[in-house]
Ligand binder design. Structure first.
Ligand code: IMP
Ligand code: MG
Length: 180
């Protein structure tokens, strides 16, 4: 594939695959007999989710949630709105929330709080990339892929203005993402 200029590779797809494999093993160890409900935060997590769940060889269910944090530029107002609710209730279920990247932590924290109101039997968080330097709210990540620098990343589901999601590797965008 010919990549657009202005991207520096951070994690090649081989490294991502190894990381996803490790996370799948950790989750399998804990959930094999629990028929967990995976709730993925769209859109960024869709490729990670697809790779992860195809490595699980036990019964599970899947649903989606869309959350949006409001703010101007790189600043955030701190307000997170749930734009799409999962159709499957989390009540009494062993829930695993799947997120592509934890940045300020606002989105993840809001989704976790939102789902906890439904009284799941348990709720854990699986995050592929942790940009922990930017954290504004504490987030407990139970299954963590890779820690990343405070740079804007694209590829493997992550976008800048909806572009680059299809790249198989994770890249650092040289320029700041103008829409963020
Ligand atoms: P948070 O609420 O600040 O933790 O941001 C979470 C959401 O912002 C993620 O689910 C991503 O959709 C998006 N995001 C944060 N950092 C990046 C990045 O480096 N590249 C692309 N999207 C990002
Ligand atoms: Mg996301």
């Amino acid at each position: 594939m010919v990549f657009p200029p202005g991207l520096q590779i951070l994690f090649p797809e081989t490294e991502i695959a190894a990381t996803v494999g490790r996370l799948a093993s950790e989750i399998s160890r804990d959930y094999r007999k629990k028929t967990p409900l995976f709730i993925a935060i769209l859109k960024g997590s869709f490729i990670f989710l697809a790779d992860l769940i195809r490595q699980l060889d036990f019964p599970m269910e899947l649903d989606f949630i869309i959350a949006c944090s409001y703010g101007k530029g790189t600043e955030t107002s701190g307000e997170v709105k749930i734009l799409h609710e999962p159709r499957i209730s989390a009540k009494g279920r062993h829930v695993v929330v799947i997120e592509d990247i934890a940045d300020t932590g606002l989105t993840t924290a809001a989704v976790v709080e939102h789902l906890k109101k439904q009284k799941p039997a348990s709720l854990k968080l699986c995050v592929l990339l942790d940009k922990r330097e930017r954290r504004l709210l504490p987030v407990k990540i139970d299954y963590l892929g890779l820690t990343v620098p405070n740079k804007f990343l694209v590829g493997y589901g992550l976008d800048c203005d909806e572009k680059y999601r299809n790249l198989p590797d994770v890249y650092v965008l040289d320029e700041k993402c103008q829409t963020q």
